[in-house]
Design a binder for this molecule. Structure first.
Ligand SMILES: NC(=O)c1ccc[n+]([C@@H]2O[C@H](COP(=O)([O-])OP(=O)(O)OC[C@H]3O[C@@H](n4cnc5c(N)ncnc54)[C@H](OP(=O)(O)O)[C@@H]3O)[C@@H](O)[C@H]2O)c1
Length: 347
């Protein structure tokens, strides 16, 4: 009976806003007021212009981070974010952000953006892979890859891979480096026959929930893969994924109406009183970005480690995903650079 009660409490804490976080057990509590001082550190936050990513950026700045590189696809969203940061924290804090305009589905540009970041800093302590395509209809990129996977998974793999040399050197100087991927409990919507066996399989139209859920499963498998292959050789590089909860952002307010013009109101309006704010939604990401000493976990709000689905725990599926990732990236974009030591071979 106690087990069932704890499960119910955790489900509310992990997904619902308001006082939900209070239901987590004492050792799994965390709040933004507990984010430690991050003076001297440097972060990269994809999607740092809005929603959960913005809440991460704002909190890191409020805790004295030295520099934050923000990646998003539209300069307008950065201008809006910058304005809020100036109003809220002042020019000096807002001036610690460097904007890099880059659509994560544009892989050559992602690689260039990572290289430009590496040219501008000799350390990166935090990477929050937050940007994402939400529950939306199936689309192929012009180079023929499912857009959910292209943005949510492949773009972040290319970014993180190209940052690896600076991440490793940061860790080798004795600093803890924390990598965080925004997964989602929606990963449970991945069809059970998902094998990550071929590009043809990736390019099947699974419907908005399946498409999104599978890309979030990929984020979780990738961050566990990094824990297995990277933390094992570089113990100071930690890699975890998180669920932010059911959060009131553009994704759940507007984007949901693209696939579900009418039924989407159940989520955008009907569920509004139960959703977490962007600040509550940033709690698990900031816990993993600034506090955890563990690697390979899937953390739900406020700081509750969960196993995730059977597929999310399947190491062989993670290996298959990453073998396919390397193959697709090589075929589509980087056949030259893989031969010349593309960071994919650095693990
Ligand atoms: N909201 C939820 O309930 C919920 C639940 C579970 C998981 N998540 C995950 O949490 C993460 C953040 O979601 P959110 O709710 O905060 O979303 P959001 O408010 O819509 O913010 C998305 C951010 O990602 C950027 N972005 C979107 N597409 C991009 C692309 N192709 N290339 C580069 N940047 C891109 C956006 O900036 P631009 O417009 O400038 O590109 C924006 O900064 C996502 O990974 C999402 O899957 C959210």
């Amino acid at each position: 009976m106690a087990g069932i009660v704890d499960t119910v409490k955790n489900t509310i804490a992990e997904n619902v806003g308001g006082a939900g976080h209070n239901l987590a057990s004492k050792d799994q509590q965390f709040s933004l007021s507990e984010v430690p001082d991050v003076s001297g550190k440097v972060a990269v936050v994809t999607g740092g212009t809005a929603g959960i990513g913005y809440a991460c950026v704002r909190t890191l700045l409020a805790n004295n981070i030295s520099k934050v590189f923000i990646i998003s696809s539209s300069k307008d969203s950065y201008d809006e974010a910058h304005k809020s940061l100036v109003e809220d924290l002042g020019e000096a804090a807002a001036g610690k952000t460097t904007y890099m305009e880059c659509d994560l589905s544009d892989w050559p540009n992602v690689a260039k953006t990572a290289d430009k970041i590496a040219d501008q800093t000799d350390r990166i302590d935090i990477v929050i892979n937050d940007a994402g395509r939400g529950i939306m209809t199936y689309q192929l990129t012009d180079y023929g890859v499912d857009r959910h996977m292209a943005v949510n998974h492949f773009g972040h793999v290319i970014l993180t891979s190209h940052l690896l040399p600076v991440l490793k050197s940061t860790a080798e100087k004795g600093n803890t480096v924390r990598l965080v991927g925004l997964g989602s409990n929606a990963h449970q919507g991945t069809p059970s026959d998902c094998k990550f066996a071929s590009l043809e399989e990736l390019n099947q139209d699974l419907g908005p929930n399946g498409q999104y859920g599978r890309s979030k499963l990929a984020v979780m498998l990738y961050h566990r893969y990094l824990a297995k292959h990277l933390t094992s050789s570089h113990s100071k590089i930690l890699s975890n994924s998180v669920h932010p909860g059911f959060v009131d952002t553009k994704m759940s307010q507007d984007d949901i109406h693209e696939p579900y013009p009418v039924a989407g109101y159940a989520m955008s309006v009907g569920m509004k009183p139960f959703k977490k704010s962007q600040w509550e939604g940033a709690t698990s990401a900031l816990y993993c970005a600034t506090k955890t000493e563990k690697s390979g976990e899937y953390v739900c709000p406020p700081a509750i480690p969960e196993a995730g689905s059977k597929m999310a725990q399947d190491e062989d599926l993670g290996e298959a995903l990453m073998a396919l990732t390397k193959k697709v990236v090589k075929e589509k974009m980087f056949s030259g650079s893989v031969q010349q030591g593309c960071p994919f071979s650095f693990y």
